[in-house]
Every structure is written in C-alpha cells, then in structure tokens.
Write a protein that binds this ligand. Structure first.
Ligand code: SAH
Length: 240
C-alpha cells in the first residue's frame, strides 16, 4: 500500500509533544555532549561569541553599561547549566535556571555548580517547562534562551515571550539563540528525535513582533561546521 500523502496543511509545531520531549531528554546523560547533540567542541566558541555579543549590547546601553555585573540573569531551558557555568555566572551576580529535567539541574547544583550555589550565584532553580514558567514582574536584566525554544509551540512561544517582557528590568534584554531552519521552501521543520521544531528566521521575527518585542541586535554564529544548522542570536527589547 502506498504511503498516505504528507499533510502539507499541518503546522510542524502541531507535532510537539511535551511528554515525548521530556522522555527523550531524560534518557540522555547529563553531559555537554548530549546538550550539544554530539558536538561538545562547539561549546567554547559558542560561549565566547555569546560573551562578545553581550559586551557589544552593553557598550551601547544607557542602563546596563559595562563595568558592573548584571544584577540577575536567567538561563532558560538550561540543561546542565553549560551556559550558566561558562558565561552567565561570569556576567551576573545571580543566575536563576529554568529546566524541566530535574536530573540535569541536580547535576549542576551538586556537581560543578556547587560552589556557585553555596555563594548564592546560582539563585532559584525552576524545574518546569518554559510553557509553564511564570516569572515574577521586572526581575531580570537578561533572559537567555538557547537551544530550547523549539520545544514550545508557536502559540506557547508568543505567550512565553509576553511573560518574559513583563519580567524584564528596564533596559534589559531577552536573548534568543537558536538553530535556523534551512528548508528550501522556507518552512519550519519538525525533529522527530528530540520532538522539537526548528524555525525559520522569518518565523522568529513574526513571533517576536506578535508580543511587541523588537530586535535590537542580531548576528549569525560564526565558526560552526557548515553541515550543521546555522545558529542565529537575537537581542530583544520591548518595542516602545
Ligand atoms: N540551553 C542549554 C541546553 C540545551 S539542550 C545549552 O545550550 O547547553 C535542550 C534543553 O531543553 C534540555 O535540557 C531539555 O531538557 C530542555 N527542554 C526540553 N523541553 C523543554 C521545555 N518545554 N521548556 C524548556 N526547556 C526544555
């Protein structure tokens, strides 16, 4: 029997299933290798580029100019806290984490992040998906989202961005650093392995706009192997 034709009207994000995604991630060991899908060597250059990107943002900021640490950042979809350890804890006084898989954050606070936890550098750890996380008002100078937003549907993502907007200190930034779909027809792509969606640059821009966020800086990650998805970073602030 021939396969049924693919339903081209269905949106890729309609296939997202949180339970399946959590099952996938829970079956992964708490290592940088699994956070980076088998490319641990990319972590250094990724973190260095992120630090440079933030430094550039701060140089043109009136409220967050370079010199003193940011008061509070949050690492969203943090996994084992690779970004917290390698970057955020160096630029912020306190870093909160949001991550649904508890064994990942446990690895951080009981392992490499133990010292940071003891001195209060690691603040609150929320073991929740971002679709469920309700940040308090005006708390963060930097809300960092990396390689995790594909686990939210478009609708969930817009709602989440709106909540993040309310949780930003004046002059702070929401940063999104994600793979970009290279689909020839310009569509988002569903990934069966980790149950996530890889979005196009255009889709991200549409979703940012839907909750009144404007892009204040964006760049493509340099130095990654050509065979991987391109990675783009955006810094967002409330529009007006
Ligand atoms: N941001 C980290 C981890 C990337 S791996 C880094 O760059 O190193 C992707 C992470 O997203 C995993 O830890 C996975 O558990 C988490 N994740 C899965 N579903 C999620 C959801 N609904 N909300 C937030 N994070 C989710």
């Amino acid at each position: 029997m021939a396969d049924a034709p693919a339903d081209t009207s269905a949106q890729p994000d309609a296939s997202i299933n949180h339970a399946a995604a959590l099952e996938y991630w829970s079956s992964n060991p708490p290592t940088v290798n699994s956070m980076l899908g088998g490319h641990p060597q990319l972590s250094r250059i990724d973190l260095q580029s992120s630090a440079n990107f933030l430094a550039k943002l701060r140089r043109s900021s009136r409220t967050h100019s370079p010199g003193k640490p940011l008061a509070r950042a949050v690492d969203c979809g943090a996994g084992i806290g690779r970004v917290t350890l390698g970057f955020l804890a160096k630029v912020a006084e306190v870093v909160d984490l949001v991550e649904p898989v508890e064994k990942f954050t446990r690895e951080l606070v009981a392992g490499q992040g133990r010292g940071l936890k003891a001195v209060g550098k690691i603040g609150e750890v929320f073991n929740l998906g971002l679709e469920e996380w309700m940040p308090a008002d005006n708390t963060y100078d930097l809300i960092w989202n990396q390689w995790c937003l594909g686990h939210l549907t478009d609708v969930q993502l817009v709602e989440y961005f709106c909540r993040c907007k309310g949780a930003l200190v004046r002059g702070g930034w929401i940063v999104v650093k994600e793979n970009m779909s290279t689909d020839l027809e310009g569509r988002d792509v569903f990934d069966e392995v980790d149950n996530s969606v890889t979005r196009t640059d255009g889709k991200f821009r549409t979703l940012f706009k839907q909750c009144g966020l404007k892009i204040v800086a964006t760049e493509v990650q340099r130095g990654f192997p050509k065979e991987l998805y391109p990675v783009r970073v955006y810094a967002l602030q409330p529009d007006g």
